[in-house]
Write a protein that binds this ligand. Structure first.
Ligand code: MN
Length: 260
């Protein structure tokens, strides 16, 4: 049984009846890293330095060192990222269950709403309307907010920072609690630099997606791309973070298996 399931997967990939979509941004210095208010410490962006490049530092080989934060580029947030999740068992990237690294996804198309309002707030009611057309969000799934953010945001102001803070889409508290309590999701994902809305500092509690998702052992995925290539339902996400000791999160390659 299991042998035939795996053989079917391998055959599907080799024949193209299963496509593998890359949801990952290229790690590069110019990709924006989240900026906190200046009283807080900041995360490192991506930096790469050549060790040798077929030259006198290493005539036969090319390699580089790189540095970045656990939350730079396309990355996963583990429960220990947030204070509410600090005591969640196996809540770091080196201890999280490997079963969480493969999961179905529901992709909620919010592109029209975000085009009209970059600070669009995702509500329980919006998701219930989505379920009318797409069926109930299954337990253990990812929910991704599709915004096509790279087409909407100003590349020189990717978080859409204004005088009153960032304006980018995300869920409100009621929506987050409904996803947890009524749908038992694995986590929440987005193309923006955070799973919470840009204005979520002013919500109750502040940053409800981080607060409640991580407080209940759930995950986040941020800075993804290509969500427009995914169906609303039926794709499977593979997201295996680096095994950083006590890691609060990790850059990773996120891919989706999609039946062609
Ligand atoms: Mn993060």
């Amino acid at each position: 049984m299991s042998n035939s399931v795996l053989a079917g997967l391998v055959e599907g990939v080799s024949t193209g009846s299963i496509q593998i979509i890359d949801l990952t941004e290229t790690l590069r210095p110019e990709y924006p890293t989240i900026q906190l208010p200046e009283e807080f410490a900041q995360a490192w962006g991506f930096k790469k330095e050549t060790i040798s490049h077929y030259d006198e530092a290493g005539p036969g080989w090319a390699w580089s060192n790189f540095s970045m934060s656990e939350h730079t580029g396309t990355h996963l947030d583990a429960p220990h990222h947030w204070v509410t999740g600090k005591d969640v068992p196996n809540g770091t990237v080196d201890t999280m269950p490997t079963s969480q690294m493969v999961a179905p996804v529901c992709v909620v198309d919010c592109t029209k709403e975000v085009a009209a309002d970059k600070g669009f707030i995702l509500t329980r009611e919006f998701l219930q309307n989505w379920e009318e057309s797409n069926g109930e969000i299954p337990a253990g799934s990812w929910v991704f907010l599709r915004s096509d953010w790279r087409l909407v945001a100003d590349p020189d102001n990717y978080t859409n920072m204004q005088e009153d803070g960032a304006h980018s889409p995300g869920p409100d508290t009621e929506c987050v609690l409904w996803l947890i309590e009524q749908r038992d999701v694995l986590g929440f994902g987005t193309e923006c630099v955070g799973t919470d809305a840009g204005q979520a500092f002013a919500m109750e509690p502040a940053y409800p997606c981080h607060h409640h998702m991580h407080g209940t052992g759930r995950l986040g995925l941020q800075c993804m791309t290509n969500l427009d290539l995914l169906p609303a339902t039926g794709a499977v996400i593979v997201s295996a973070p680096l095994k950083i000791i006590d890691g609060s999160g990790s850059p990773l390659r996120v891919v989706a298996f999609v039946a062609a």
